[in-house]
Ligand binder design. Structure first.
Ligand code: XMP
Length: 317
């Protein structure tokens, strides 16, 4: 019978036998899968697991520091890398969504490869791959596809020549969450909404600047904090704010304003393949809208996305 505890026990024993005194390098994203994979590996091989967490400057507000803190709290051997400027430089002037994704994928590989080189004598790459990733390995948008599309250009980065260890590749998402819970991982990490690898770059329509990222982070934080305090965060499958490259007229005191629009998105879904927009309470939407407009400089209008997937997608890019 499968139970989280029996899975943990056999997996740790298998990892110990397979890895011995070898070193493993693993990229943490702040998401559920990579976090659970890291804790399992850490319990098996301790400090021989070297975790890397990259700040791409496209995460939610304060997320980099808070996630880094909770990983350190868990005792993981982790290195945080501030690569914000490299990502912003690579994104400067790009407006096409797929070009933005490619640029982010390319810089991530470069940054990760540099960090992996600093781990002397490493022989394994740890990954949080879960069973659905294995069966649909040709996902168009996943990080593995990003890496694959770079195979052809200039050869493999060195970390991709490492042997791969994927302790979760027989599990479904709900099983990963149960294992994570049994391992004592922070419920804040386990219950997190899915967040795309390219992060806020695909929630800022058009070109990316650090100023736009800052505005979107503030609006998004107000939105997500309100979903949490209203007790609806856990019943929403995924939510986030989107920065629209549209200016509209508003009025503040006696002044006419001409500022940008923030769109709020929240969907119910099982797997992201189809999704319905969430019928959030009007009074909650009203509170969020007021808080954003009153507190985020540069925003004078908030709209709510009432499109379902299909034919709309969850993200706007
Ligand atoms: P769409 O917008 O296609 O999104 O309805 C479906 C799910 O996939 C996520 N998504 C991505 N995840 N890299 C990722 O890692 C990406 O480029 C990407 N694009 C979309 C999206 O957040 C949703 O959960």
């Amino acid at each position: 019978d499968w139970t989280p505890d029996s899975f943990i026990e056999t997996t740790i024993a298998e990892l110990k036998a397979k890895l011995g005194d070898d070193k493993v390098v693993l990229g943490l994203s702040g998401g559920v899968d990579s976090s659970v994979a890291a804790v399992l590996l850490h319990q098996a091989i301790g400090a021989n697991l070297h975790c890397i967490f990259v700040d791409n400057g496209l995460l939610r507000k304060d997320e980099y520091q808070s996630v880094l803190d909770s990983y350190q709290h868990m005792g993981l051997n982790i290195k945080g890398i501030d690569a914000k400027q490299r990502f912003y430089d690579a994104l400067a002037g790009l407006t096409d969504p797929e070009k933005k994704r490619k640029a982010i994928g390319r810089v991530f590989i470069e940054v990760f490869d540099d960090a992996a080189h600093e781990v002397q004598g490493v022989s394994w790459l740890g990954q949080g791959t879960i069973y659905p990733d294995v069966i649909e390995s040709v996902s168009v948008k996943g990080p593995s596809a990003t890496i694959k599309s770079h195979h052809n250009v200039g050869g493999l980065p060195d970390f991709m020549k490492l042997k791969v260890v994927e302790p979760l590749n027989t599990l479904f998402k709900d099983e990963v969450r149960r294992v994570g819970k049994a391992l004592g991982i922070d419920p804040n990490i386990l219950g997190r909404h899915p967040f795309p690898g390219p992060g806020l770059a695909i929630r800022i329509l058009g070109d990316i600047t650090p100023e736009k990222v800052d505005i979107l982070q503030q609006a998004d934080a107000i939105y997500i904090n309100n979903l949490r305090s209203a007790g609806v965060y856990d019943s929403v499958w995924q939510a986030g704010a989107i920065y629209l490259p549209v200016q509209s007229v508003g009025v503040m005191g006696d002044e006419r304003t001409y500022e940008n629009v923030i769109c709020l998105r929240a969907v119910e879904s099982v797997d992201g393949m189809t999704a319905d927009w969430c019928h959030l309470p009007y009074n909650l939407l009203a509170k969020i809208s007021n808080e954003i407009i009153n507190n985020v400089k540069g925003i004078n209008r908030v709209v709510y996305d009432i499109s379902s997937k299909p034919p709309a997608t969850i993200e706007w890019e």
